[in-house]
Design a protein around this ligand. Structure first.
Ligand SMILES: Cc1cc2nc3c(=O)[nH]c(=O)nc-3n(C[C@H](O)[C@H](O)[C@H](O)COP(=O)(O)O)c2cc1C
Length: 358
């Protein structure tokens, strides 16, 4: 615990129940929900549960090294905070609280185009922290370029382009709960657009209201307007990984958007090995979706991930206790990671490899 006022949750299970009681049901449905009947959401977690580790014994694990690098920058652990929209729904300080906790833990925080606070304010809230900006492309490219320029000027050190959202997924739970998104503040500008709903049916057939804006051409365009490294978030196949590497993309996040987009998507852990193959040696591969324990981090790294991202637990921690709550969560996860390293006979995250898996 990092602060006297931090809530004293000892496990993520406990944290989840504290958070469930702290927010209105419509906000909880927004946070927890997934696409369709939530198969992808459940299977992300199940994929981790199915994996077991081969521990080595009689290794001197007196000193443990968790630190690594992400795109060449130091990170206290192979862990980052995923971009999630509208964090102000969970806590009045929203993304600013998350940024402070991430900086305090020495971890990268990724912040959404749809943050409730402006990206400049998030940067000022934790000037020493490392931040990446998550980009949702806008219907007109100049608006996209302007966002990228603002992020660059505010010291964000990578652009994370989300690519699994050509349209919004159909989310049954949110439809039932009544979505809170329409009323949430858009800190980066009231005109900013989330991914389009649709496709919509008309006499001419199905079409996406502002279709055609998210293609490989978008990646080329983006590369031409920024000197920052570009990361694609939402890649799930070897083919797409190889194509991204060919375009000079520096990182890939294997993600199915926390099960919120394609309900029939594979669990991210199962997509990871082929994405690592396609990415080749020069592109870092990360994973998110269902990471909840120290052992999950080790399993993902053993399958070739450089780091993993956590999404919903950060929102639970924000709701439960703002910045100290998020700090507590990050402390819990890194302590668990250290525990698993010791129990598997690894002194450093660099010693995690495929031989740890069956
Ligand atoms: C409430 C919520 C909002 C999200 N908003 C965004 C977003 O704005 N941009 C984005 O790229 N991903 C978004 N995501 C997806 C996360 O970045 C991440 O891929 C996912 O939450 C990881 O899975 P986990 O929640 O099981 O850890 C959101 C996820 C949740 C739960």
């Amino acid at each position: 615990m990092t602060d006297g006022s931090a809530p004293g949750f000892r496990t993520l299970g406990e944290l989840e129940s504290v958070a469930a009681r702290a927010v209105p049901p419509s906000v909880w449905a927004y946070v927890q929900g997934g696409a369709g009947e939530e198969r992808a959401l459940a299977s992300n977690r199940e994929a981790f549960r199915r994996r077991t580790l081969r521990p080595r014994v009689l290794v001197d694990v007196e000193r443990l090294e968790l630190s690594t690098t992400l795109l060449g920058e130091p990170s206290a652990a192979p862990l980052f905070l995923c971009p999630t929209a509208y964090q102000g729904l969970l806590h009045p300080e929203g993304e600013c609280a998350t940024a402070r906790a991430a900086a305090g833990a020495g971890l990268v925080g990724v912040f959404s185009t749809l943050s409730t606070r402006p990206l400049e304010e998030i940067a000022t809230a934790a000037p020493s922290g490392r931040r990446w900006f998550q980009l949702y492309v806008q219907p007109e490219f100049p608006a996209t370029a302007q966002l990228v320029d603002r992020a660059e000027r505010s010291g964000y050190s990578a652009i994370v382009l989300t690519v699994d959202t050509p349209v919004f997924g159909i989310r049954d739970r949110q439809a039932e709960g009544g979505s809170v998104e329409a009323s949430a503040a858009r800190g980066n500008g009231p005109g900013l657009q989330p991914p389009p709903r649709g496709p919509v049916r008309s006499a001419q057939g199905f079409s996406v209201p502002r279709g055609g804006t998210l293609t490989w051409e978008t990646v080329r365009q983006l590369r031409s307007v920024t000197r920052l490294p570009v990361v694609l978030k939402g890649v799930a196949t070897e083919e797409d990984a190889r194509r991204a590497a060919g375009l000079g993309v520096r990182g890939l996040v294997v993600s199915n958007h926390g099960g919120r987009q394609l309900d029939a998507a594979r669990p991210t852990l199962e997509s990871l090995p082929e994405v690592v193959r396609g990415a080749g040696p020069d592109v870092e591969v990360y994973l998110d979706g269902g990471v909840r324990r120290g052992a999950d981090i080790v399993v993902a790294l053993a399958l070739g991930a450089k780091a993993v991202g956590i999404g919903r637990p950060v929102l639970w921690a924000l709701a439960a206790g703002g910045a100290p709550g998020v700090a507590n969560l990050l402390d819990l996860l890194t302590t668990e990671l250290a525990n698993v390293l010791a129990l598997t006979g690894r002194r450093s995250v660099r010693e995690i490899d495929g031989s740890m898996l069956d």
